[in-house]
Design a protein around this ligand. Structure first.
Ligand code: ZN
Length: 134
């Protein structure tokens, strides 16, 4: 339950938080704040741009969503909290999830001495199947 997830993290349940979280859990799109705003406004027409930013911030702070900054230096939001990588289509701009296992066997990069790698994600760029056909 969405309201349970919010309460578990100590967040008050509001219509806007529910609408934003629900959207992020159901879209594969990795939307920007702007895109979240326009989607949520269809459900909760009172959500101002500032309140959408506040909601995204509180969900991020409480660990319910992650913020990604990919090539375009725009923050995107992801409710998939499992470790995963991303594939970006350079034709349509779609950002897709790639299972973490895909790179499990990949060699760890050798970094200068003193670095301890605790986690890593890979961002792949290319053409998605839909665009490759066209
Ligand atoms: Zn993702």
């Amino acid at each position: 339950m969405l309201s349970g997830r919010l309460r578990e993290r100590g967040l008050r349940v509001t219509q806007q938080r529910m609408a934003v979280l629900e959207y992020l859990l159901t879209t594969p799109r990795h939307p920007t704040a702007e895109e979240v705003g326009s989607a949520v406004n269809r459900a909760v027409p009172t959500a101002s741009r500032a309140s959408v930013y506040n909601v995204l911030h509180s969900l991020k702070e409480s660990g319910l969503i992650e913020e990604l900054v990919l090539d375009d230096a725009v923050a995107r939001y992801d409710a998939n909290l499992d470790r995963h990588h991303h594939f970006i289509c350079r034709a349509c701009g779609a950002v897709k999830d790639v299972p973490f296992e895909t790179f499990r066997e990949a060699p760890r990069p050798r970094l200068a001495e003193g670095h301890i790698v605790e986690d890593y994600t890979v961002t792949m760029r290319g053409i998605c199947p839909g665009c490759a056909k066209g």
